[in-house]
Design a protein around this ligand. Structure first.
Ligand SMILES: [Cu+2]
Length: 187
């Protein structure tokens, strides 16, 4: 009986944490969106934000003219789009920040990154967050210079999957809690 109550308490706490760990949503460039028009200052835009693990970074643009590539620091500095870690091209892309540190993004259309269409989403290492922080090892390994593995556009669906699984988890915990309450009621 006491064990059941304790289990319930833990499950309620977990469900609560899962619900509130969904972070803020930031639309890159605000009303300007993800563009080369108007020389939007994405560096300044990012500097005014305090990003956290769990935040969702949204890129809105015309897929005819732009795309989004998550790249390494070296690729970001040199505007090299040859081997992105992840590639997005729907025009309405969401990236969930899963680790602390820098997350570098650039447009892979020739000339756009050089024109300033790149952004560094930085979650300070010493920042605190209520969101679960997966190991830094979870981030893809940086390919060695010289090798050019094919881009992996399939990963674009990953943030959505993650979002869905979160809801599945919350639903599961609520079900367990309801069942537990029913059992206690009859005990
Ligand atoms: Cu572009």
């Amino acid at each position: 009986m006491a064990l059941l109550v304790r289990t319930m308490a833990v499950l309620i706490l977990m469900a609560y944490k899962l619900q509130f760990s969904s972070g803020a949503v930031y639309k890159v460039g605000d009303s300007a969106g993800w563009t080369t028009i108007g020389n939007f200052n994405y560096k300044q835009w990012a500097a005014t934000k305090t990003f956290q693990v769990g935040d969702i970074i949204k890129f809105e643009y015309s897929p005819q003219f732009h795309n989004v590539m998550r790249v390494t620091h070296a690729m970001y500095r040199s505007c090299n789009a040859s081997a992105p870690l992840e590639a997005f091209s729907s025009g309405n892309d969401s990236y969930t920040v899963k680790t602390k540190g820098h997350h570098f993004f650039m447009c892979g259309v020739p000339g756009h990154c050089q024109a300033g269409q790149r952004v560094d989403i930085n979650v300070p290492r010493n920042s605190t967050s209520i969101a679960p922080t997966p190991s830094a090892l979870a981030s893809p390994t940086v390919p060695a210079a010289g090798t050019t593995p094919a881009p992996t556009p399939n990963t674009a669906a990953a943030p959505l999957k993650d979002f869905k699984s979160r809801f599945v988890f919350v639903g599961f915990f609520i079900t367990v809690v309801v069942v537990s309450v029913t059992v206690v009621g009859f005990a």
